[in-house]
Design a protein around this ligand. Structure first.
Ligand code: GYE
Length: 373
């Protein structure tokens, strides 16, 4: 071998070995302790150290914005945790025109006392202007909820709007008002049209041959008077031989019921076969007028009325009244339950109906004992 060739091979060998030792990590001497990465990426400790490196301090998760549900306009200051004892409630009552009304007043007052509700109560003596004044006083007093049985259906928009603007919800109790829906939060009470239908069907049973009926209408323009007249007519439409001979308001009172019945008798005399009274009180007043006229109430003149108050049961026991259709005045418990929910910002059903039945003379003596109003 020529010397130049030997030299060449030697140089090549040194070069190859050099390349191997420089490129392979195994050949690298790692200092001990291993310096932190990335100074010595080949060092196995480095890998460990990297894996063991403390995790970067967690950046604090952005605090979730607590969702505060917006309370509706009618929620009270104590919402959503109001209790009955927190509540200040105004009740703008109609008056004391009937047994029904007195039972309603007692239910509202007694239930407030039982529950510890602070009740402001006003009696409007059946005048709309007095009810409007009462509502304005309640607004000025800053009540949480107003309960309102509107004496008539129309004419409430302005004062209801004032309550709305003051953030005070109105719950209609007993009677409806003809106003835009957003101006009150619920209606608790009866289906007066259905009561009228029931009375009409009962009248048809009492007059199988047909006959002449006189009608004692409730307060003119009130929801129960409008609806009880309507429902009755709907029901007797199927009986063309039943005729409404005369119809006049007795304003839901006993005294006027008697007076108007006297006028009916004077005008129509024996031609009257039956009486439909929109409430028991007017019916009871009329019973006196019929007896004084010399006819037998419940016999010569059949009588159907509405409410089912204690006085009506007595009239049935005495054989003077033929049927009473129930209308429940004991609305206190339902009213405060709804008032509390409203104060707490809960939405209420548009209508909370009362449960009602029909009563006849057969078991009136038994029922009168248990009757609460
Ligand atoms: O029938 C009558 C009264 O609004 C349902 O009002 C009430 C009526 C009731 O005074 O007796």
């Amino acid at each position: 071998m020529k010397l130049s060739k030997v030299l060449y091979l030697t140089v090549m060998l040194v070069l190859v070995l050099g390349a191997v030792s420089c490129g392979a990590p195994a050949a690298v001497e790692c200092p001990d302790p291993c310096p932190p990465c990335p100074e010595c990426p080949q060092c196995p400790d480095c890998v460990c150290a990297e894996a063991a490196a403390p995790a970067p301090a967690p950046t604090e998760a952005p605090e979730e914005e607590e969702e505060v549900a917006e309370l509706p306009y009618y929620a009270a200051d104590c919402a959503p945790n109001c209790t009955y004892e927190d509540l200040k409630v105004g009740y703008a009552q109609i008056g004391a025109e009937s047994e029904w009304r007195n039972a309603n007043t007692s239910s509202i007052k007694e239930t407030a006392e039982q529950l510890g509700v602070d009740l402001l109560f006003s009696d409007a003596q059946q005048k709309q202007e007095n009810q409007i004044k009462a509502i304005r006083t309640f607004i000025a007093e800053g009540v949480d909820v107003i309960g309102h049985p509107p004496v008539v259906e129309t004419g409430w928009e302005t004062v209801y709007q004032e309550a709305y603007d003051a953030g005070i919800p109105i719950i209609l109790v007993d009677r409806r008002a003809d106003v835009p829906e957003e101006l009150y939060v619920s209606y608790i009470g009866s289906d007066f049209v259905e009561e009228g239908r029931k009375a009409g069907r009962e009248m048809a049973k009492l007059l199988p041959e047909g006959g002449n009926v006189v009608e004692l209408v409730g307060t003119v323009g009130s929801a129960p008077a409008n609806d009880r007249a309507k429902g009755f007519r709907e029901a007797i439409e199927e009986y063309p031989d039943i005729v409404i001979l005369d119809s006049q308001s007795g304003d839901f009172t006993r005294a006027l019921g008697k007076e108007v019945m006297e006028a009916f008798l004077k005008k129509h005399g024996d031609a009257i076969d039956a009486l439909y009274a929109h409430n028991d009180d007017m019916g009871i007043g009329a019973i006196q007028a019929i007896a004084e006229y010399g006819l037998d109430p419940g016999e010569d003149i059949k009588i159907v009325s509405i409410d089912a108050v204690r006085g009506a049961f007595q009239a049935m026991v005495d054989g003077d009244l033929n049927v009473t259709v129930e209308c429940n005045p004991l609305l206190g418990p339902q009213f405060y339950e709804m008032a509390l929910k409203t104060a707490n910002g809960e939405e209420l059903p548009r209508w909370v109906p009362s449960e009602e039945s029909i009563y006849y003379p057969d078991n009136a003596a038994e029922i009168i004992e248990t009757r609460k109003y």
